[in-house]
Design a protein around this ligand. Structure first.
Ligand code: GLA
Length: 381
């Protein structure tokens, strides 16, 4: 695929690209909506990528071609504010990020594209922002550290209206092949857990309900939980984020907290515990416990945090009834996108076919599916 992107670059700009970069999409085993609450997550990069072919052009603008959309655009690298929509809004937001951080770049030519499904909860936007920051850093010798790239990529999302955490950017940037990345989102320390899924494999079922998380309840959920923390802090100043909440603390204040927000906060406590339990299970090769935690995670996301949708619930319930599937849950921000399923090896095709039929009957939508391996984080090709 990088070959196609490079050839396109050559045909458009009559030069070979100076730098080629690949940035992966990600899955998340468990730990949903915990990252911006400064808790724990367990994502991993997958073998689906966005590729970048880039070179300097000596001008003050960038010429960018999106292979996925077959669209060419000019970008003012000194643009003062985001004014476009679609993929261009990320480009503009990133230019502003570079200006704010004092990094100087010149004009550039870029071709980018790949095979991460867009709007499916596989972090195509984090792959775009982390990958391009990395490519620009390499091209213009900016020497931006990977930690900083992840944070600048997160800021680019904030600037376009999604107050996300850092899970996606860390997974895209730091993942290691065949491992999950356990990230403590408070101190940003991470460690790797070998993802040895003995006899099992990961299958993603895509509802094909694509979401723009900026138009969803994502930011509302974040605000809900943060407002609980603000209230709790008055009595328990040691509580700095939802990460510090306990059931006991919430119990003492339950009559003062809006019941819906209380439910959201309880979800965060439970989900953080489930991440820790899943890490233990993974290190003991106890895939059955891992699966149970994933199933409970779905239940919490659907009923307590309320970020699922009927299509995701349908697919998760369908998988929960199948004894060849150890665990299944919605993945990512929610409101559409994929479920992640831990499926017995050799049973994948049958599972996908049964799920597709059932999904078609229920919603008249053709299900998409992806069988993924765990890949490595971003880098030069
Ligand atoms: C999106 C956000 C992440 C994270 C997940 C939910 O992917 O970008 O920061 O909050 O949703 O876990």
């Amino acid at each position: 695929m990088i070959q196609e992107i490079s050839s396109k670059y050559f045909s458009l700009f009559e030069k070979t690209p100076e730098v080629k970069v690949q940035a992966p999409g990600r899955i998340n085993i468990i730990g949903e909506h915990t990252d911006y609450n400064l808790g724990f997550v367990l994502p991993a990069a997958i073998n689906k990528y966005t590729f970048f072919a880039i070179g300097k052009n000596g001008a003050k603008t960038a010429t960018i071609y999106s292979a996925d959309y077959d669209e060419s655009r000019k970008l003012d690298i000194n643009i003062p504010k985001v004014k476009s929509s679609g993929w261009m809004k990320y480009m503009e937001s990133m230019m502003i990020g570079l200006q704010e951080e004092g990094y100087k770049i010149g004009g550039f030519n870029l071709v980018f594209g790949g095979n991460i499904p867009i709007g499916a909860g596989l972090s195509s936007s984090a792959a775009l922002t982390c990958g391009l920051y990395y490519a620009l850093s390499e091209l213009f010798d900016l020497g931006i550290s990977k930690e900083k790239i992840a944070k600048m990529a997160q800021a680019s999302e904030h600037r376009v209206g999604l107050n996300c955490g850092l899970m996606d950017q860390y997974a895209v940037t730091f993942s290691k092949k065949d491992h999950c990345l356990f990230l403590d989102c408070r101190n940003l320390k991470y460690k790797f857990f070998p993802a040895v899924l003995d006899g099992y494999t990961i299958v993603l079922l895509d509802t094909c309900i694509t979401h723009e998380l900026t138009d969803s309840g994502y930011n509302d959920r974040r605000n809900d939980v943060e407002s609980v923390v603000e209230l709790v802090k008055k009595k328990y100043p040691e509580v700095q984020s939802a990460r510090d909440l306990t059931k006991e603390i919430l119990g003492t204040l339950s009559d003062q907290i809006d019941p819906i927000k209380l439910k959201r906060a309880h979800f965060v406590i439970n989900e953080n515990t489930r991440v820790i339990n899943t890490c233990e299970a993974l290190s003991e090769n106890d895939l059955v416990s891992m699966g149970k935690n994933m199933n409970q995670s779905h239940h919490g996301l659907s009923k307590m945090y309320e970020v699922s949708c009927k299509e995701l619930d349908f697919l998760a319930d369908f998988a929960h009834k199948d004894k060849n599937v150890l665990g299944a849950r919605m993945m990512g921000g929610g409101f559409g996108g994929c479920t992640i399923n831990i499926v017995k090896k050799g049973y994948e095709e049958e599972f996908i076919s049964k799920a597709s039929q059932a999904y078609k009957t229920a919603f008249n939508i053709v299900l998409k599916s992806y069988q993924v391996d765990l890949g490595k984080g971003l880098g030069r090709v």
